[in-house]
Design a binder for this molecule. Structure first.
Ligand code: C5P
Length: 222
């Protein structure tokens, strides 16, 4: 491993969970802690890369020396990512972006009144990774994640093709040592040509370096 092999390259990484407001008190989110994205950011920095971390909600220590942009909703994450990506060489979407957001954010706290049930109308969030694939695929290396609980390889392969990205890091939430909040992961790298590399259980930092190795092996002229 050439320890400075990302020198001169800009890497944009997203991490953590988005929060989608319902009212001033509540929101919709998920269990992401940001560990995978922060590990990627640290690994890329240590290899000499110029890293921008776009961080949703997370429980990680800030990384000194890395430009970090804190965001909350998927819409906020989208504008920061698109902005930063214009000048990037490699873009890695490790964030757990909420698929849906409340169609309207209530200005005041929603009261329970005498209701026994209630529902909240949801609208689709923008698919940031898909937009990156449409905009930048010819010039930049784009990496996505897939967290599934069934048909992992099939779903991840379809995701890679549908979102027009170089490869997908797929992990099964139900595998021991993989998923939210752990320091380890069990992942497969699935690229657009159908190559599948099933990796063993490892530290998220070690996995980050393997992801960066593969990203670097994909050459795109800027
Ligand atoms: O379609 P799915 O949510 O499973 O895809 C996961 C990948 O897409 C992750 O890389 C995630 O960061 C990204 N994504 C996104 N915008 C969304 C949903 C997911 O960029 N609205």
């Amino acid at each position: 491993l050439d320890s400075a092999d990302l020198t001169g390259k800009k890497i944009v990484i997203s991490a953590g969970a988005t929060q989608e407001k319902i009212d001033p008190v509540r929101f919709i989110t998920n269990h992401s802690t940001g560990k995978m994205g922060f590990a990627l950011a640290r690994a890329a920095m240590l290899r000499g890369g110029q890293v921008t971390l776009v961080a949703g909600h997370n429980s990680c220590e800030p990384i000194t020396g890395i430009k970090t942009i804190d965001v909350s909703s998927a819409d906020e994450m989208r504008s920061s990512i698109i902005n930063e990506s214009e000048s990037a060489d490699i873009i890695i979407m490790a964030a757990a972006v909420a698929d849906f957001k409340p169609s309207a954010v209530s200005e005041n706290k929603i009261k329970k009144k005498n209701l026994n049930d209630m529902s909240i109308a949801l609208s689709k969030n923008p698919d940031i990774l898909k937009e990156l694939g449409e905009k930048f695929d010819d010039k930049k290396t784009i990496v996505g994640f897939a967290m599934e609980t069934e048909d992992l390889i099939k779903n991840a392969s379809e995701k890679c093709v549908n979102k027009n990205v170089d490869f997908i890091v797929a992990n099964n939430l139900k595998t021991t040592g993989a998923g939210f909040g752990t320091d380890t992961n069990v992942a497969s790298l699935i690229d657009r040509y159908g190559n599948i590399s099933e990796l063993p259980l490892m530290d998220k930092f070690e996995l980050s370096n393997i992801i960066l190795d593969k990203a670097l092996s994909i050459n795109k002229s800027k």
